[in-house]
Design a protein around this ligand. Structure first.
Ligand code: GDP
Ligand code: MG
Length: 290
């Protein structure tokens, strides 16, 4: 029946269009300095971009990040071209006064909304507005095994009103599996107690099936990540990983990849547009109208 009314043709056309125009996705990494943000950005790209491509020296030391910087690569995933942009940010928390350390990040996020808004209200509107809005923010939590720092809670609380947050446990290879599970549970409880909303927010539970899918993600939150720029041989396969007392730990950016699929990325984009951007737009138009 679906074939008869041509829905499959429409879906096929949409798929072809995505393959042609591509899929843009923008991630931002945020957190204290030294937690491996820049390393993870490299891991994400290294496992995707052909290793032969120029630009990655063997033992390149990652310099301290001093400014907000976006790097883009076109990667291919199941026949779908995707332009992945990762926005690296300088770490915070090492200043004497950390009072307003979320400001530059908040400012960057809003500037991208502003750019989009300007294009949208433009009379000679482009057919396809370039989208630099941050679709998701990976928030790096220090693998202390204890609890969240006050700065973390405060930062996430502020950010969660303007961007999708995915909390991750940084340098997860420094914790044993048991420690990891315990820490995850504790962090989940603390996030809940502080009223911090993170992806997937309740709004995503449209039906029972969605809810059960989302609950699986929620149970795994915060994702544990391991960044690495060294390759190791594991079961005859070359993987990016870290050597630890308990063997080679594979970069869990892979796992992050498995759990967050293309449809989740689409969700994140929609929430960015329909909720976060809409909030910004309404506020701005109110300012102008009033
Ligand atoms: P950033 O300040 O958050 O950008 O941190 P960097 O990416 O510059 O990394 C800081 C240090 O931590 C470097 O020496 C990295 O090699 C190391 N590092 C990065 N990721 C990991 C990880 O997943 N596990 C461990 N054990 N060390 C890491
Ligand atoms: Mg850095």
């Amino acid at each position: 029946l679906l074939g008869y009314i041509g829905i499959d043709t429409i879906i096929e056309q949409m798929r072809k269009k995505t393959m042609k125009t591509g899929f843009d996705f923008n991630i931002m990494v945020v957190g204290h300095s030294g937690l491996g943000k820049s390393t993870l950005v490299n891991t994400l790209f290294k496992s995707q971009v052909s290793r032969r491509s120029a630009g990655w020296a063997r033992d390149e030391k990652i310099p301290k990040t001093v400014e907000i910087k976006a790097v883009s690569h076109v990667i291919e995933e199941g026949g779908v071209k995707m332009k992945l942009t990762v926005v690296d940010t300088p770490g915070f928390g090492d200043q004497i006064n950390n009072d307003n350390c979320w400001e530059p990040i908040s400012k960057y996020i809003n500037e991208q909304y502003e750019k989009f808004l300007k294009e949208e209200v433009n009379i000679t509107r482009k057919k396809r507005i370039p989208d630099t809005r941050v679709h998701c923010c990976l928030y790096f939590i220090s693998p202390t095994g204890h609890s969240l720092r006050q700065l973390d809670t405060e930062f996430m609380k502020r950010l969660s009103h303007s961007v999708n947050i995915i909390p991750v446990i940084a340098k997860a290879d420094t914790l044993t599996i048991e420690e990891r599970q315990e820490f995850k549970q504790r962090v989940r409880k603390e996030l809940e107690m502080s009223g911090i909303e993170f992806y997937p927010q309740k709004e995503f539970d449209d039906d029972m099936e969605d809810k059960s899918d989302n609950d699986k993600i929620r149970e795994a939150m915060p994702f544990a990540v391991v960044g690495s720029d060294k390759e190791y041989q594991v079961n005859g396969k070359r993987v990016l990983g870290r050597k630890t007392a308990w063997g080679i730990v594979e970069g869990e950016s892979n796992a992050l990849h498995e759990r967050v699929s293309l449809s989740h990325l689409q969700d994140l984009k929609e929430v960015t547009h329909n909720i976060h951007y809409e909030t910004y737009r309404a506020k701005r138009l109110n300012e102008n109208g009033g």
